[in-house]
Ligand binder design. Structure first.
Ligand SMILES: NC(=O)c1ccc[n+]([C@@H]2O[C@H](COP(=O)([O-])OP(=O)(O)OC[C@H]3O[C@@H](n4cnc5c(N)ncnc54)[C@H](O)[C@@H]3O)[C@@H](O)[C@H]2O)c1
Length: 439
């Protein structure tokens, strides 16, 4: 296996995991980030995000001298005299207000690499981007590549999920390379030589669409089961049994058929929007994706509806939110349903208390949550509450001491937005209990 000098630009959830795992494979990696706070953390050998299992690999590879950090792309491209042969783009591609992706950080990397290149370089896009970004990256490279150095642009979409990112990276279901030359394919195969997984080699545009289409499809699945849950709730059926019956069909599969209070995070909402936007730009009005978004908004409104149904007047009532992160095992609050749920409740005069085992620091930085009372644990959070809403499936919320919770609350109303509990057991403990799509 050949080891490369690799520069990963953007040391966030994807870039830091990518850089660390590539160094674990034996490559010499420099992670670049323009955020001085993040860089300070990294240089102090601390991880600025919560990602289980990452710390061990991170420290091991720093110690082995294979993992380094830099504050500018130029520094990263020839860190301590080692010129990067492969550059990964792992910067954010956040949404513009119209749903399209902001690709200015991707463009900035292409320009910096083109200006600095001295020998054949492979520029790999790992950020999630709309189709045709590869072409724009190549045009940018050509514009600033004054020395006429050979290069290739590759699309290598990332499928990792926060919370399981390290194993997702090192043991992926598939690796996709969208390439324009056999030379680039050969380099990519060598970069990933230490990972055993099916490799799919495509053209660049197809690789770009694979990522958008995959995330949007997963969002379709979640919204589909949320819509089925709404029907079950009205008909008195049990969505868990329905999902089980559906999931046993291998054509459907049982994963992603858990109803809840909506999907969030930095991927599904923005990738769905961006895929809708680029499809429309190319001349196809992808209405299905619009419906998926609408269903997701309704799923988030479930908590407000249940509070209204059970508590009559909401002004001055207190709701305890257990879980703020968009899912368990992450501190990521970006597009978390909890933020919209909190806004809906606050607009109706509800006072909010909240607790999350790891996402609270990020939650406190969100301006719309500034009036929320953040609590030190789940029991502190439910004190005096008229309702408790379970929003994230953290393991510690699955084993709450229900009699203790009941005693601490003013009104024992439990809204289980993630279907963590057995309805009969919670009701037997003296609660009014509502779960998503179950009687
Ligand atoms: N988070 C996920 O689960 C996930 C999974 C797959 C793909 N993706 C995609 O990967 C990309 C990155 O996502 P993320 O969650 O890691 O984002 P992030 O915000 O955690 O990380 C991006 C990092 O890039 C840095 N950055 C931005 N511009 C820069 C520049 N010009 N130079 C150097 N650093 C710069 C930022 O400071 C930030 O630390 C996005 O396109 C996202 O859609 C994310």
């Amino acid at each position: 296996m050949k080891n490369f000098n690799i520069c990963v630009v953007g040391a966030g959830y994807v870039g830091l995991v990518t850089g660390t795992c590539l160094s674990e494979l034996g490559h010499h990696v420099v992670c670049v980030d323009s955020d001085p706070k993040k860089l300070k953390f990294l240089k102090a050998k601390k991880i600025p995000i919560y990602e289980p299992g990452l710390d061990k690999l991170f420290l091991r590879n720093i110690k082995a001298g294979r993992l380094h950090f830099a504050g500018s792309i130029t520094e990263g491209l020839h860190f301590k005299g080692r010129r990067a042969q492969v550059v990964f783009i792992a910067v954010g591609t956040p949404p513009h207000p119209d749903g399209s992706a902001d690709l200015s950080a991707v463009e900035a990397v292409a320009e910096a690499v083109a200006k600095d290149m001295r020998e054949y370089t492979v520029l790999v896009d790992k950020s999630t981007v709309p189709v045709e970004t590869g072409e724009w990256v190549s045009k940018t490279m050509d514009r600033f590549n004054k020395r006429g150095v050979a290069y290739d642009v590759v699309s290598n979409p990332e499928f990792l999920a926060e919370g399981t990112a390290v194993s997702d990276f090192l043991k992926p279901d598939r690796i996709v390379f969208g390439v324009t030359s056999p030379r680039a394919e050969a380099v990519m195969r060598q970069v990933y030589a230490g990972i055993k997984a099916p490799v799919l080699v495509t053209d660049v545009k197809s690789a770009e669409i694979i990522k958008h289409a995959s995330n949007s499809f997963l969002a379709v699945k979640i919204s589909y089961i949320n819509a089925v849950a709404a029907v079950c709730e009205k008909a008195g059926a049990d969505v868990v049994q329905v999902a089980q019956g559906m999931g046993l069909d291998p054509r459907i599969g049982k994963l992603f058929l858990r109803p809840g209070v909506g999907f969030g995070g930095f991927c599904f909402p923005k990738d769905l929007e961006a895929f809708y936007w680029i499809s429309k730009k190319k001349g196809y009005d992808f209405q299905l994706l619009k419906a998926v978004k609408d269903i997701n908004e309704s799923a988030k409104a479930w908590v407000l509806h249940k509070v209204e149904e059970n508590l009559w007047n909401l002004s001055g009532k207190t709701v305890a939110l257990l879980g703020l992160a968009f899912k368990s095992n992450t501190d990521d609050m970006r597009f978390a349903p909890s933020v919209d749920i909190a806004r809906m409740l606050q607009e109706r005069g509800v006072r909010l208390r909240a607790y999350d085992p790891v996402a609270m620091a990020n939650a406190k930085a969100i301006p719309s949550l500034k009036h929320v009372t953040f609590c030190k644990n789940a029991y502190d959070c439910v004190k005096g509450a008229d309702a408790v809403a379970l929003l994230t499936e953290w393991p510690e919320f699955k084993t709450l001491d229900l009699p203790r919770v009941r005693k601490l609350m003013r009104v024992p109303l439990l809204l289980d937005g993630r279907n963590l509990y057995d309805p009969a057991a919670v009701r037997a403990a003296g609660f009014t209990y509502c779960s998503v799509g179950r009687p």
